[in-house]
Ligand binder design. Sequence first.
Ligand SMILES: [Zn+2]
Length: 98
Amino acid sequence: MIIIESAHHIVESKLNKKPSLVCKGICKSVHWHDTDANQPQVLVLPKCEICGGNLKLATENIDYKVLELAITNEEFGFNKISRIKPEFIKFAEKTWLK
Ligand SMILES: [Zn+2]
């Protein structure tokens, strides 16, 4: 499992790996996306499921920080739970949660 801090979110996943993508839109959350290692140049990035923004490849310590990473059974736990930091809840309500 891993816990990530992004600009506006604390994100927890049962996956034992760092997120691959970050939202360039208003929410700035992180995403895990399986890329095709054989064809990275034709990768079509999905849109952010939270705010609909465009995603880009994420860089650790710029787009996010790892708060905790522990090797656990990936069968169990949250696929992804993205909690808005308390100080950004009002901002979220006015923007991507509208
Ligand atoms: Zn977003």
